[in-house]
Design a binder for this molecule. Structure first.
Ligand code: SF4
Length: 322
């Protein structure tokens, strides 16, 4: 059965860790709270780090002379350089990181949806873009899993984020001292998961692993990682998950009676119709893999890509991307 490597996540400190918002508030996010026992968090409040206290006057992003500036309307002060310098120093200091959970809409932390005013005039119009720290994260870690607390509430995006951080944490662990055997094992255990995300790239990764004698371990890991980033950045299509479940079921069905086979296929249809979560048909496959001692399936991350503590009973599967 799966043992999970704990991912290391950088998180905005106001997401349940400290009362560091401009008004002294903290945001209690249930999903971040549930993750606390399953991941190692490195928390940061960039605005506090650059010397703005709590409470503080709000800052905003504005355009000035074709540049983006970080501006505090109440004092007329600029914090652009301090924020850029802090972000770069902090991100360069990270030894190991597997993903990011950042506060949305913040002029500092937002990944995509901070308000950017067209000038420092308080009445000016706004557009959406990254906050200064969020932008530095995207530039320094373009492929890493990243999410904001708004998207964390979306079932599909959240589940994909969990899948990606646990997968990447394991890869980053074996990447520390690259050994081909570890990579073969990693690819074998993740094969069904990767097939469910992107079949073409999974085949390419398989051939990189199979052709390993031609290269040093470092080169093989480097080549493999290029495609792992593509897998991580593909959003799973739920019909691909169904095809992969049916593929796994193909190896089990000969052990089952007609009623059990029908029961599973009905569950798949209910999943297709968004009446039950993915965890239901996956649990059926897992229970049969245990009963018939199907080693190959038992070790597949596909059956349990992240700890059960993060699977919620309330997850109906609604809101999936088809
Ligand atoms: S959004 Fe970022 S900068 Fe603002 S309070 Fe939260 S952690 Fe601090």
């Amino acid at each position: 059965m799966n043992k999970y490597t704990k991912p290391v996540l950088v998180a905005s400190k106001c997401l349940g860790f400290d009362h560091c918002r401009y008004n002294g508030a903290v945001i209690n996010d249930d999903y971040v709270a549930a993750l606390k026992s399953e991941v190692d968090f490195i928390t940061v409040c960039p605005e506090v780090e650059i010397g703005l206290g709590v409470p503080r006057n709000p800052i905003r992003i504005a355009r000035q002379n074709n540049n983006k500036v970080l501006y505090q309307p109440a004092t007329g002060k600029y914090f652009t350089d301090q924020m850029k310098n802090f972000s770069s120093k902090f991100l360069n200091s990270l030894d190991k990181v597997d993903g990011f959970i950042l506060k949305f809409k913040s002029p500092s932390c937002a990944l995509y949806d901070a308000k950017i005013y067209s000038s420092i005039d308080p009445q000016s119009m706004g557009e959406k873009g990254s906050g200064f720290f969020g932008e530095a994260v995207i530039e320094k870690f373009p492929h890493h899993p990243k999410i904001d607390e708004g998207r964390l509430k979306n079932f599909t995006i959240r589940e994909n984020f969990y899948i990606n951080i646990f997968c990447l944490a394991e890869f980053n662990k074996i990447r520390l001292s690259p050994r081909i055997n570890d990579l073969v094992n990693f690819h074998t255990r993740n094969k069904l998961l990767f097939l469910a995300k992107n079949e073409k790239i999974t085949r390419i990764m398989g051939s990189i692993v199979a052709n390993h004698p031609q290269y040093t371990a470092d080169v093989v890991f480097e080549l493999y990682q290029t495609h792992l980033w593509e897998i991580i950045n593909s959003l799973p299509k739920f019909n691909h998950w169904i095809n992969t479940m049916l593929h796994a079921f193909g190896g089990i069905s000969k052990h089952l009676n007609a009623q059990e086979r029908k029961y599973f296929l009905d569950a798949v249809e209910e999943y297709r119709d968004e009446r039950i979560p993915l965890s239901v048909p996956l649990s059926l496959l897992q229970s049969w893999a245990i009963r018939f001692n199907l080693e190959y399936l038992l070790h597949q991350t596909f059956l349990k890509p992240f700890p059960s503590k993060l699977v919620e009973i309330s997850d109906s599967g609604k809101g999936r991307n088809h």
